[in-house]
Design a protein around this ligand. Sequence first.
Ligand code: PMV
Length: 339
Amino acid sequence: MLIIMRKELKLRINMKATAAAPSNIAFIKYWGKKDEKLRLPANSSISVNLSGLKTTTTVKFSKEYKQDKVQINGQVNKKESIRVVEHLDRIRKLAKIELKAKVVSVNNFPKSSGLASSASGFAALTVAATSAAGLKLSEKQLTILARLGSGSACRSIPDGFVEWIAGKTHQSSFARSIYPAKYWDISILVALVEGEKKKVSTTSGHKLARTSPFFGTRLKNINRKISLIKHLIKEKKFREFGQLVENESLEMHAIMLTSTPSLIYWQPATVAVMRHVRDLRHQGLPVYFTIDAGPHLFLICQNSDLTSITERLKTGRFIKKIILNRPARGIILTSNHLF
Ligand code: PMV
């Protein structure tokens, strides 16, 4: 009986799978955790998937492999591999297999630059590896599992506009779609600015949040903010929405700036573009910024203003490159394997 069951399990495992995951940008941010190990966030967050920033990952389990092999953007990096192998171990445990894996992953955007490659990266790894291991998990369970790899990764699995419910336990902290990608005609322009590679990882940064004297105040108001942003998205009230998103990003950076030690993710060019965005608003163009743990900016506008805003942004000296994004669907499995 046991032998038959093992055989069936083997047949169920298609051994190799590929997933393509969008990155996401949070309108209400996740900064600080209430449980380090389970990656339970201090507060819920709201995001949208980005059509132009993507990670594609192929995972294959095979008895031919003597150890896990992890290649990211054509390179083997020991430090990054450790986190990937830890995640593979979680998936092997769930699938009750011991096979080693080969993982090949590519981003279409610069990594460790504040463009959240860990979000799309761990989302793609979770879905490719569980599928290759023959696990059939619901979307909710996939988001719970992805969260253990990197918190924001859970938001790259559901479609479009997404809420990550903070929860108090492992099973109650998950992400779900609140509106499909096509719900709202907005664009998110990633403005890449001059800047060094990120020095403090978000994993280390989250630990510092509680050292800011303002963190308690942030948490006191956050649920009200979550309700408000959901209402503004629902009603498509763009200007109020944009203002709230921009203020929220500045609040997260206020926590970072006032932590001990203090974190400054901005570069001079970051501040220059913030000012440029505000000038554009004074000229009557509704565009708002949000910034993650890096120097680059995510500029949000309505599609009807996209051409005029892009043209004006190009006149500034500080933006090296603009990547256009629309709200995107969540993760997909594809047969375009990377090996
Ligand atoms: O998922 P992590 O640990 O990389 O944290 C992401 C944190 C921010 O990008 C700064 C904010 C967010 O909600 O995405």
